[in-house]
Design a protein around this ligand. Sequence first.
Ligand SMILES: NC(=O)C1=CN([C@@H]2O[C@H](COP(=O)(O)OP(=O)(O)OC[C@H]3O[C@@H](n4cnc5c(N)ncnc54)[C@H](O)[C@@H]3O)[C@@H](O)[C@H]2O)C=CC1
Ligand SMILES: O=C(O)[C@@H]1CCC=N1
Length: 271
Amino acid sequence: MVNKVSFIGAGSMAEAIIAGMVNKKYVPSEQIYVANKENEARLNELKEKYNIIGHTNKEIVIQDANIIILATKPYDMADAIIDVKKYIQPNQLIISVVAGISTEFIASHIEKDVAVIRAMPNTSATIGYSATAITKGEYATDEHIQIAEQLFQAIGTVSVVEEEEMHIVTGISGSGPAYVYYLVEAMEKAAIEEGLDKQTAKQLITQTIIGAGEMLKYSKEPVTILRENVTSPNGTTAAGIQTLGEYNFQEAVVNCVKNATKRSMELGKKK
Ligand SMILES: NC(=O)C1=CN([C@@H]2O[C@H](COP(=O)(O)OP(=O)(O)OC[C@H]3O[C@@H](n4cnc5c(N)ncnc54)[C@H](O)[C@@H]3O)[C@@H](O)[C@H]2O)C=CC1
Ligand SMILES: O=C(O)[C@@H]1CCC=N1
């Protein structure tokens, strides 16, 4: 049974997971502890918003936690571990959401035979819609995977992958929400330039994205057929997609995902 979940790192990703966990009542909010790099104002902000326990004393945050979630930037990870490793017990489950950093790196820095699960959620965790992938390190068992699955199922869907697949997962679903937001920014810009008011544009674009997402989820048709169904011969969609083709849209997206994937690998090497 999970009685205490602790976060090391209190940034956007930690907040997205906390918000999702509190919303879905994964554990009572007073059983969620958070520490960061001594930014008390941020801890107070999270306390006020979610009624969790923010603390600058890392021993208090770590002790008796069933799950410790590491959520610092990749380059802060080694220092963050140095700060807390003396408090970590081998029976605690470590879950890292840090891009690029391997389970082996984490376990070797903690210097204990501790179970490490690596996870790649996304910020849609905030509303329970994360697409999370998880993978297990050397000392983690199938039971640990089940615990992590339950936690991340509270904030969205969970896929179990091999550790080497975490880089492409990061390129697809970790960073993915930003690609969609970038597309929406461009659609809003065009809508406003063509005279639509901002609020109407936002409502239409948001519902269009939600509708397309639900179609992807529920329709039995493959995505190419869904696209073709919108595209009347010589119609408006054909004209729009012709322009996307002229700007090599698909090639841009393929290279975008590949570059994000490559950066995940680089983060793992740099630390
Ligand atoms: N933002 C996103 O969409 C996603 C982020 N991630 C991963 O989550 C991690 C965190 O990302 P963000 O929340 O966006 O970053 P952020 O910069 O918003 O937060 C980082 C947090 O780490 C804390 N920190 C730094 N050094 C520390 C130390 N020595 N001890 C304790 N805390 C320390 C900072 O005070 C801050 O609270 C990154 O590694 C990123 O790869 C994963 C999936 C999605
Ligand atoms: O941009 C990043 O490095 C993190 C990892 C996935 C999403 N945000």
